[in-house]
Write a protein that binds this ligand. Structure first.
Ligand SMILES: Nc1nc2c(c(=O)[nH]1)N(C=O)[C@@H](CNc1ccc(C(=O)N[C@@H](CCC(=O)O)C(=O)O)cc1)CN2
Ligand SMILES: Nc1ncnc2c1ncn2[C@@H]1O[C@H](COP(=O)(O)OP(=O)(O)OP(=O)(O)O)[C@@H](O)[C@H]1O
Length: 201
């Protein structure tokens, strides 16, 4: 059932949507990840992208692991988000290599051990596959509430036309709401793909 977002506070909405994705069974998650893969793998957006930002699934997020593996097979360069102790609210994307060592961030999400020389400005990326807590069909997105992606991508606010990176939100279909109320700092995505379909404007 599609949620009417305006009837809930942002906090309640986030809780409800996180709960929806967390209660999916392992089998439902596995099928969703496979359907997501099938929707994206042959798409020109993915095929043409050489530098791709991804994430390690957490908290019931739709899992892009199959896409990560495929991107490695196609010799694309993969970047993952990392949080550092300081500045506390900054996120960076760091290139992963066969030598990457791993650690956990403060939310217990696996991330590469920080290596400044492997970190890039977002404009270096062709495509970012972004985890969503909620979305609407107009590109509105709700994240975990840390504002990490919004800050990392805030430079896009000052652009008349977006070139890079292409922002593709990934979500389970059950995370769709009718319309999200956007804040001044929110960076919408260009498109969303779920286990069932694409939403492009
Ligand atoms: N897979 C994945 N990686 C990611 C993100 C993401 O959304 N998904 N992020 C995108 O931002 C960053 C992590 N952001 C996060 C923000 C809040 C919470 C979280 O669980 N908050 C708790 C409060 C915990 C606390 O304060 O100690 C909560 O809301 O219950 C987790 C991750 C970087 N890496
Ligand atoms: N560009 C920015 N500069 C400073 N603060 C920001 C910026 N973007 C967002 N914030 C702050 O981050 C906080 C969380 O924002 P919001 O609830 O929109 O997060 P979110 O979009 O759900 O999370 P995320 O961007 O990590 O996916 C807000 O309090 C906001 O003030």
């Amino acid at each position: 059932m599609t949620i009417t977002a305006a009837t809930l506070s942002p906090k309640a909405l986030r809780k409800l949507l996180r709960n929806r994705r967390c209660t999916l069974t392992p089998l439902q998650q596995k099928i969703a990840a496979k359907h997501l893969y099938q929707q994206v793998i042959h798409h020109p957006l993915f095929r043409k992208a050489q530098h791709i930002g991804l994430y390690i699934a957490n908290d019931g997020e739709i899992d892009p692991y199959l896409l990560l593996k495929a991107a490695q097979r196609y010799k694309k360069t993969i970047y993952l988000p990392i949080l550092q102790r300081w500045p506390k609210f900054a996120m960076a994307f760091q290139r992963i290599t066969p030598d990457t060592r791993w650690t956990l961030n403060r939310f217990n999400i696996k991330q590469p051990v920080a290596s400044f020389r492997h970190q890039v400005h977002p404009v270096k990326l062709d495509l970012i596959l972004m985890p969503l807590v909620g979305f609407d069909e107009y590109g509105g997105r709700l994240g975990m509430g840390g504002g990490f992606y919004d800050r990392y991508l805030s430079y896009l606010k000052n652009r008349k036309r977006w070139h890079k990176p292409y922002l593709l939100g990934l979500a389970h279909e059950c995370q769709k709401v009718d319309k999200l109320q956007l804040n001044s700092w929110d960076i919408p995505v260009h498109a969303i793909v779920t286990d069932q379909r694409w939403y492009t404007q």
